[in-house]
Design a protein around this ligand. Structure first.
Ligand code: TYM
Length: 329
């Protein structure tokens, strides 16, 4: 079992990242060999400040360690330090098809009506993501629901490459949590919780202090109805469904059992309980994060060591890909 996954080091880690992906990263550390990386090369696809990217890469490293990534067990690194990612992407560009990339919902969402004005990197982003996992013969890729389509594309690329040039790549399976695979914005139950949302009130950051969390939950959008007693009663109530889903993921209870307790009550009773649960979960993480974040040298050392280990694992597959394509080096 080879586990591989990445996260963009843009802005803060939020509750969606944590419940959708990072919690699984942590629990999978004991089940197989794990490689986790900061997708700094992917950050090039949108406008950004170079100095901020450097700082955010370190911060995100501290955040992942604070969440429980153990750098003795898992290999933690940033993509740019392992040049095989960029190399393999170029090799896979010969296999990926324009039509496949054109269908990606992330591309459509981010490009909007201005496709001509987007970077080539935004369009070919999923090919780099395919390279990220195929490079290590990943079998399992823990991600949130929003990355499922990119993982399917990685499988398509692997399959076509294997058909055209011989068996080189393993087809990876996405591992998506049964609950909380898609945490929504606190301001709009139909938009996903995201780092790029202009309103900080839309998300719970892992570094938010207790007062901020309580305030964000208090102001979270809801509807005037009391909570239903069963999960089916949440249909058509996007905001209520999201908040109950978050509660259920944090407490490791089913939605039905949460509703058995809160059904019939209004949000005035439910929201303080939810905020308390969030504060309890995030407090130890943000304490560890604050202790780690200022030691740039220690964080760089983690990434340097991780990259050394990752390079060793990447080398054989990269060599096989070059050779299958008839390229000498
Ligand atoms: P990114 O940085 O947007 O998100 C990191 C992880 O968090 C999950 N996630 C969510 N899960 C549930 N609800 C949400 N609201 C939510 N928001 C984010 C994402 O699904 C993801 O698992 N392209 C990727 C990074 C990447 C990658 C890879 C992932 C690059 N190469 C290779 C897996 C394998 C991204 O931008 O994730």
């Amino acid at each position: 079992m080879r586990v591989v996954s990445g996260i963009q080091p843009t802005g803060n880690l939020h509750l969606g990242n944590y419940l959708g992906a990072i919690r699984n990263w942590v629990s999978m550390q004991d089940e197989g060999e794990c490689l986790y990386f900061l997708a700094d090369l992917h950050a090039l696809s949108m406008p950004y400040e170079p100095a901020e990217l450097t700082a955010n890469t370190r911060e995100m490293t501290a955040a992942l360690v604070a969440c429980g990534i153990d750098t003795d067990k898992s290999i933690l690194f940033n993509q740019a330090r392992v040049t095989a990612h960029a190399e393999l992407q170029w090799l896979l560009n010969g296999t990926a098809r324009m039509g496949w990339l054109n269908r990606m919902t992330q591309w459509k969402d981010k490009a909007g009506k201005n496709r001509e004005g987007q970077s080539v990197a935004l369009f070919s982003y999923p090919v780099l993501q395919a390279a990220d996992v195929l490079l290590y013969q990943a079998t399992h890729v823990p991600v949130g629901e929003d990355q499922k389509q990119h993982l399917e594309l990685a499988r398509d690329i692997a399959q076509k490459f294997n058909n055209d040039f011989g068996d080189v790549f393993t087809l990876p399976d996405p591992i998506i949590p049964p609950a909380a695979a898609r945490i929504m914005s606190l301001r709009d139950g139909n938009a996903k919780m995201s780092k790029s949302d202009a309103s900080d009130m839309s998300r719970i950051n892992l570094v938010d202090d207790p007062d901020t969390i309580v305030n964000k939950v208090k102001k979270a959008k809801t509807d005037p109805e009391p909570l239903p007693s069963e999960a089916a009663g949440l249909d058509g109530r996007a905001e209520a469904k999201n908040l109950v889903g978050i509660y259920s993921a944090l407490s490791n209870e089913s939605v039905d059992s949460v509703l058995a307790r809160f059904g019939g009550q209004g949000f005035g009773a439910f929201k303080p309980a939810l905020a308390e649960l969030m504060v309890e979960t995030l407090k130890p993480i943000s304490e560890r994060f604050n202790a780690l974040r200022r030691d740039a040298a220690a964080l760089d050392a983690i990434l340097v060591k991780g990259a050394e280990r990752a390079r060793v694992l990447a080398a054989p597959t990269l060599a096989r890909a070059y050779s299958a394509l008839g390229l000498s080096r």
